[in-house]
Design a protein around this ligand. Structure first.
Ligand code: FAD
Length: 308
């Protein structure tokens, strides 16, 4: 019940100010976010990669409403890619982007603004030997995001997409994307979606996840299993074994700070395991979605307000 309330709160500017100003917030945010800036995030990246984990970095930000901020997002990603290249991490670290931070929602030609901004990022990613994955946001953005994906993949075929199993359309989208060279991260979905586009029942979302997983593993693409759910992980491993997929022809992905022992266990078992590492000052929306996913996170957050 709390999940939808928190998801609605994740888009409230007033609450954003209250939560961000609370002195106790920071330690809780730090569980999910690898620092306010690139420098501390790179310490996390070095620790994770030294431990046999790959990473995808997210410079936090979303719902940008002016062109200048959209360009700042692009420039932050260019700096990030330069830093990864200098650190020699091109083959271990890629980047994840939210097109709403690149201007997708601008009323006047937002789609094209986002495409041009993200194209610059994809060009530098290719030049430095790495890739970009386009995160998926709420359902109103899916057509635009997949259109950007198709544009980028012409010159940058390694560009990845994200599909959300809670959307009715996803099984069809998965079929369209299960082609050679196509990198697809399958997740359950983190936004508050209406009943005419998305399953509302968790079990239905899980069943849809398994259906889409099967489509991706039976296809010719590169499935990226974005889930912490032990059942989904076991089913993916089973599909990989049945399809005789070699390790490295698919991967698991989890979020920074969530099920870290399981992350290490899968990597030690020979699976490719990639950690999604968010960093930056604009952590509010991301943080609230993590609270919404799990009531225990909210309890942990609220307990930190209690006097000790
Ligand atoms: P759940 O059934 O929600 O969780 C399974 C178990 O995982 C829980 O029992 C718990 O042990 C653990 N767990 C899950 N979430 C949390 C949490 N917040 N805190 C603590 N423990 C937790 N969503 C999008 O809509 N668009 C994206 O682009 C996107 N990218 C993602 C990238 C990665 C690498 C991952 C892992 C997730 C991404 N998500 C994205 C979020 C996703 O949609 C889900 O909201 C989230 O992963 C929780 O679903 P789950 O599959 O882990 O299963």
């Amino acid at each position: 019940m709390l999940g939808p309330v928190l998801l609605a709160a994740s888009r409230s500017d007033r609450l954003r100010r209250v939560v961000a100003a609370a002195p106790v917030t920071r330690p809780v945010v730090d569980r999910f976010v690898a620092g306010d800036a690139l420098h501390p995030a790179m310490d996390t990246v070095h620790t994770l990669t030294a431990g046999g984990l790959d990473v995808t970095l997210d410079h936090l930000g979303e719902d940008v409403t002016d062109r200048a901020t959209a360009r700042h997002t692009r420039d932050a990603y260019l700096r990030l890619l330069e830093t990864l290249a200098l650190a020699g991490l091109g083959d271990r670290a890629e980047v994840s982007v939210k097109l709403s931070a690149f201007g997708q929602a601008l009323p006047d030609g937002g789609h094209d603004v986002a495409l041009e901004n993200v194209r610059a990022v994809a060009e530098l990613a290719t030049a430095t030997g790495t890739t970009v994955t386009l995160d998926m946001e709420d359902h109103t953005t899916v057509d635009s995001t997949l259109a950007v994906l198709h544009e980028l993949r012409r010159d940058h075929p390694g560009t990845g997409a994200v599909l959300q199993s809670y959307l009715f359309r996803t099984e069809d989208d998965a079929r369209g994307l299960a082609t050679a060279g196509s990198r697809v991260r399958l997740v359950k979905g983190a936004y508050k979606e209406p009943a005419h586009v998305a399953f509302q029942d968790r079990r239905a979302v899980d069943r849809a996840y398994v259906r889409a997983l099967r489509v991706l593993f039976e296809g010719d693409g590169y499935p990226m299993v974005g889930s912490h759910d032990p059942r989904m992980i076991a089913i993916a491993q089973d599909l990989a074994a049945r399809g005789r997929r070699a390790p490295g022809s698919y991967e698991f992905q989890m979020l920074y700070g969530i099920r870290t022992a399981e992350q290490r266990r899968l990597a030690a078992a020979g699976e490719r395991m990639r950690i999604y590492v968010p960093y930056g000052a604009d952590w509010y929306g991301y943080f609230m979605r993590r609270l919404a996913e799990r009531p225990a996170n909210l309890a942990f957050f609220l307990r930190s307000f209690a006097p000790s």
